[in-house]
Write a new protein. Structure first.
Length: 454
């Protein structure tokens, strides 16, 4: 049965404290019937900042909110890494939900002639909530702010979701029955299970449970596909501070990013040159996002995805230059015909340990290493700073991203500090607004300046 969509208008209800599922937030609140319960789960299709959301983003938000954990997808407790979340899997054709779940959401088949085995119960989403290092507002804010800054860093769409507590506890018991004694995932599942089973008496009630303490709440986010661990931005080390310090001191991309003056990348449109520019742009953007949102656990949680970049001679901008375009996939003959180059971009899919956490980038001074930046990112930072104190922006962060007043004050201070720092560097000439790939590879002069344009 498809979930029923209902837009709620009970304006007197509170957005903060424990989550009230009836509070009127988002564009739509989709109600999802729970077998054996009169209280439906909810999924919120969010309102948006004035930002660069794509049609695909809107479609993915709706797809996420159409996932019924009891009918059209298979749910299994997350048993890898450290986060005790729920993994959401596609139910393959000719299989039932029960068959997939009974097989731990793994249905292996051989791929045609290659003989390679793959899981056809593809993971399509994951549900994470505020436990262990995770914090629901962090997941939600990375999605929306990545779009505000120009759809940077391939952050996956995320929506607010609730889960029936009895069912969540059942998944927790299943996880604990399978987890190895002494493993980190067992410890984190045990911690979450203890909090959920305590119900109204939970010490983390406000972070984990809805007002009636009969549902958990968290973020449901799209799972990236075809991503790989990013080795470019990992320099080893122990702990969050040690790994980030190593990135600051030993990474060649960060060293180039920190060097004042014109960006030292050739203008010929080659795979090597485009890759260098993308790495510099992504590094600056990542530092901006993580500094702004108090990221505590970035190093080791950076991934990559391949894209094709090309200059389209058939589609030119106002200056008469071919537009720089990006595509996910091409046939071999198209690559040659268009002169496309394959480039690895940063993909940030693990963004849950932020906002209310320890700001590691600021602690080690990684933000001081930004001597080059995409002019659009810089401009959008100034725009966000200018609008951050308005009631509309405060309301968005509170109702859509679930920020507490303390969260908002912390991120607001980070933003003001970052803007002041980068603006001063821009005015003094220590910061160059030169990571615009379109301008760099077509010889255009950038009109970007240090001040916010009206």
């Amino acid at each position: 049965m498809k979930a029923v969509v209902m837009i709620l208008t009970l304006a007197s209800l509170s957005a903060n404290a424990t989550l009230n599922p009836l509070f009127p937030r988002g564009e739509e609140i989709e109600q999802i019937k729970v077998p054996g319960s009169e209280r439906p789960e909810i999924c919120v299709i969010p309102k948006h900042l004035k930002a660069n959301y794509s049609e695909e983003d809107f479609k993915e938000e709706k797809k996420l909110c159409e996932m019924n954990f009891y009918e059209n997808v298979a749910v299994c407790p997350k048993m890898n890494s450290t986060n005790p979340g729920l993994d959401i899997h596609k139910i393959p054709k000719n299989y039932t939900m029960k068959q997939v779940v009974d097989n731990n959401c793994v249905i292996k088949v051989a791929k045609n002639k290659s003989g390679k085995v793959k899981n056809i119960a593809k993971k399509i989403a994951k549900y994470k909530l505020s436990t262990s290092c995770s914090y629901t507002p962090s997941i939600l804010s990375y999605y929306h702010l990545s779009r505000f800054f120009g759809n940077i860093l391939n952050v996956p769409p995320a929506v607010l979701r609730t889960v029936d507590l009895k069912n969540h506890l059942a998944w927790g018991r299943l996880a604990l029955s399978k987890a190895k004694t002494g493993s980190t995932i067992r410890q984190t599942w045990q911690g979450l299970y203890s909090q959920l089973s305590a119900g109204p008496a939970s010490s983390k009630r406000d972070l984990l449970l809805t007002d009636n303490a009969d549902q958990s709440y968290g973020a449901l986010l799209q799972t990236a596909s075809h991503e790989e661990f990013n080795k470019t931005f990992f320099n080893g080390g122990a702990g969050n501070v040690g790994r980030t310090t190593n990135l600051r001191d030993k990474n060649p991309v960060i060293a180039s990013l920190a060097k004042p003056g014109p960006v030292n990348v050739g203008r010929e449109f080659t795979a090597a040159n485009v890759q260098k520019m993308v790495q510099l742009r992504d590094a600056a953007n990542m530092i901006v996002m993580d500094t702004l949102l108090n990221q505590q656990d970035r190093m080791g949680n950076i991934h990559s995805i391949d894209r094709y970049y090309y200059l389209d001679a058939q589609d030119r901008n106002e200056a008469g230059q071919p537009k720089l375009k990006i595509a996910e996939d091409f046939e071999k003959d198209e690559v040659s015909k268009l002169g496309a180059v394959s480039v690895s971009e940063v993909l940030l899919k693990d963004n849950d340990c932020g906002v209310a956490k320890d700001n590691i980038d600021k602690k080690v001074g990684l933000d001081k290493k930004v001597a080059h930046i995409d002019p659009n990112t810089y401009s959008r930072l100034l725009q966000l700073n200018a609008m951050m104190d308005t009631p509309e922006t405060n309301k968005f962060f509170s109702e859509e991203l679930l920020f507490t007043p303390k969260d908002y004050a912390s991120v607001r201070a980070n933003l003001a500090g970052l803007v002041n720092e980068l603006h001063a560097a821009c005015v003094s000439g220590r910061l160059s607004l030169d990571l615009d790939l379109q301008a760099h590879f077509t010889g255009q002069k950038s009109s970007a300046g240090c001040e916010l344009k009206e």
